[in-house]
Design a protein around this ligand. Structure first.
Ligand code: N7H
Length: 477
């Protein structure tokens, strides 16, 4: 389909392209109670929605603020909104053209993530139609939408949330929506800022989008805007309804992380390499499971020790493609998380249709001394995972089911080893144990058994984040 470039950044919600700047984020999940009233009120919300061009301005303001030597944070707040299929059904809007190329009958967005959870291998009970994932009860009902609030502080986010909920009559006697649950995530404190709870720097590799990202650093090829936005060059459905153009699907996953248990596993299984202490061997195992060191330095460029300077250099830290060893696992295991989720040269760099924009944030406290002592999770913590893509089946779902959960991927013709599961997010079918090869660089065929799932899904949904025109028009009309 014809490209809509140059992109109309004032029409695209800001978390999709650019990402709402955030130290904290609150996600409000809602159901619509009163359709006509909600529609009217939504019109009032639209001018408050943060757009992609405003994100560019916010980021420039933050830079200017820092350049002036200011130490405190600039007060910035953002808000975006997205709807599930069930939300559009409630609104009486025909969203069948949001389905992927296979049509609506079996489309994950149309079915909703709860119905998809068994195919994602989420842990649960029962099988087939009686399957119930081990999700929190609030995510086992039909959610109609999500409002994402971001900002520099809880005070900023809370004030924005209060003002937005007031638009929908909350608190009050006749609200047009019901808040089902609200979850807040925060950037981790101090030196851990930007690192997820296992300790690894996150948010390094996101695809540059043609028409938006000017001058991207060396690394994987930029993607066409239609890989992320509907109705653009690269969108695999040629006939979207006009209101769908400039929107994007938001895959949300509520992922709990068992950090003390993960650390204990690393501690118990140090990689034995001459010259490395046990602690260094454990550090190496962690790096080989992820494909990056905690600093963010890629294992493909720095296989046996960390290199914080490499990690900090955006000209180098994403400029690799596993080309040094397409047929061995000495440098980086085939099943390393970043190799599973972006296999680069393993697929001749033919990965464009499976790139996603990740916009996650951490939730929960730091590991407590008590948890450390017992090697056991007591407090809830993890990742509020958000990813944007123009096709859920090719994006989030492809990475999860056909790559991370698939022990045979990447398909290796010239080596006898089966890669195994992505140790971070790979999920085996019920009753099966996870393992992977390649963690020991000197014995790549040795298989390492993974005793527990350290990333546990407790909820999720697929949403559609519409354009500003759609919010002003079809959705609120
Ligand atoms: Fe992953 N982790 O800490 O191990 N991820 N991830 N992820 N992830 C990445 O390159 C992590 C999850 C992707 O282009 C890094 O930005 C954790 C899901 C993709 O090279 C780290 C969780 C999915 C990439 C982590 C989690 C993905 C990526 C390296 C859950 C999709 C980019 C930093 C709690 C299904 C790959 C970086 C590339 C990178 C971690 C979830 C996908 C450190 C802890 C559910 C596409």
């Amino acid at each position: 389909m014809a490209s809509a470039t140059p992109l109309n950044l004032a029409n695209i919600q800001g978390d999709i392209l650019g990402g709402l700047p955030k130290k904290t984020q609150t996600n409000v999940f809602f159901r619509i109670l009163n359709v006509p009233v909600f529609r009217k009120q939504l019109k009032t919300l639209v001018p408050r929605i943060t757009t992609a061009d405003q994100v560019l301005k916010h980021r420039q303001d933050i830079k200017n603020h820092k350049d002036k030597g200011n130490t405190g944070l600039l007060k910035i707040s953002g808000v975006n909104i997205a709807f599930s299929h069930f939300g559009f059904v409630k609104l009486g809007i025909n969203d069948s053209k949001l389905a992927g190329p296979g049509g609506p009958a079996n489309d994950p967005y149309i079915k909703g993530q709860l119905s998809d959870s068994q195919s994602l291998n989420d842990p649960g009970t029962g099988a087939g139609p009686t399957f119930q994932p081990n999700w929190l009860p609030e995510f086992k009902q039909q959610l109609h939408g999500i409002i994402v609030f971001t900002g520099d502080s809880h005070a900023t986010v809370d004030a924005n949330k209060k003002a937005v909920l007031a638009i929908f009559g909350i608190p009050g006697t006749a609200p047009s929506i019901q808040v089902i649950t609200s979850i807040t995530g925060d950037v981790r404190p101090g030196k851990e800022a930007g690192h997820e709870h296992f300790g690894f720097l996150d948010g390094i590799s996101n695809p540059a989008v043609i028409g938006f990202d000017t001058n991207p650093p060396p690394g994987p090829a930029p993607v066409r805007s239609g890989i992320i936005l509907l109705g653009h060059d690269g969108d695999d459905v040629p006939t979207r309804d006009p209101w769908m153009v400039d929107g994007s699907f938001l895959a949300f996953r509520y992922l709990f992380q068992l950090v003390p248990e993960f650390n204990k596993f690393l501690q118990n299984n140090p990689i034995k390499v001459p010259g490395l202490s046990d602690a260094e061997g454990s550090e190496l195992l962690g790096a080989r499971l992820v494909g990056r060191w905690k600093s963010g330095a890629p294992v493909d460029l720095r296989p046996f020790d960390d290199d914080p300077a490499l990690a900090a250099d955006p000209q180098k830290n994403n400029n690799f493609a596993f080309t040094a060893e397409l047929t061995t696992q000495k440098i980086c295991p085939f099943a390393a998380h970043v190799r599973k989720t972006n296999p680069r040269a393993d697929l001749n760099n033919n990965v464009e249709t499976h790139r996603i924009l990740r916009r996650g944030i951490q939730f929960g406290p730091e590991v407590t001394p008590d948890e450390q002592k017992q090697n056991k999770t007591i407090e809830n913590r993890g990742l509020i995972f958000h990813s944007y893509q123009s096709d859920i089946s090719n994006g989030f779902r492809f990475l999860q089911t056909l790559w991370a959960n698939n022990p045979a991927f990447p398909f290796t013709e010239t080596t006898p080893q089966q890669p195994g599961f992505d140790a971070i997010i790979g999920q085996a079918p019920a009753g099966q144990t996870r393992s992977l090869s390649g963690t020991d660089p000197d014995n790549p065929a040795t298989s390492l058994t993974l005793p527990v799932l350290w990333v546990v899904p407790r909820g999720g949904e697929y949403f559609f984040s519409p354009s500003i025109n759609a919010l002003k028009g079809t959705i609120s009309a």
